[in-house]
Design a protein around this ligand. Structure first.
Ligand code: TYC
Length: 112
């Protein structure tokens, strides 16, 4: 792309040189928000969190909650870093308000 305003040529010498500027954009790296199992957080609370904070349907939320309950952890959602960290903070705060030990972590997707 040529940009007149990026051309460092002083006034009066214009017309000789133009600046060709190429801009490369990169996709932001993505982070998984992992939900970790524990023995005390009620199943209904985890399902509510998945629906309200991670926009899962009731059916999806039940499946993810049960997978975490049986396997120890599972993916609640995948987001850019700021969004992932905000969700971890918001859900952790909500769990603590209820007195539940629910834990979540954000981790970069493999290979990134
Ligand atoms: N294991 C919990 C129970 O039996 C339920 C649970 C599921 C807790 C998923 C946390 O991330 C979690 N009440």
């Amino acid at each position: 792309m040529t940009r007149r305003d990026a051309d460092p040529t002083p006034p009066g010498q214009q017309g000789g040189t133009q600046t060709l500027e190429r801009t490369r954009v990169q996709r932001p790296r993505l982070y998984r928000v992992l939900l970790l199992n524990d023995d005390y957080t009620p199943m209904d609370f985890v399902v509510m969190v998945l629906e309200r904070y991670f926009r899962k349907s009731d059916q999806e939320a039940q499946l993810i909650m049960l997978a975490v309950h049986h396997k120890g952890q599972g993916v609640a959602g995948v987001y850019t870093r700021d969004v992932a960290e905000t969700k971890v903070a918001q859900v952790t705060a909500e769990a603590r308000r209820h007195g539940y030990p629910l834990r979540l972590v954000a981790e970069p997707e493999a290979g990134e």
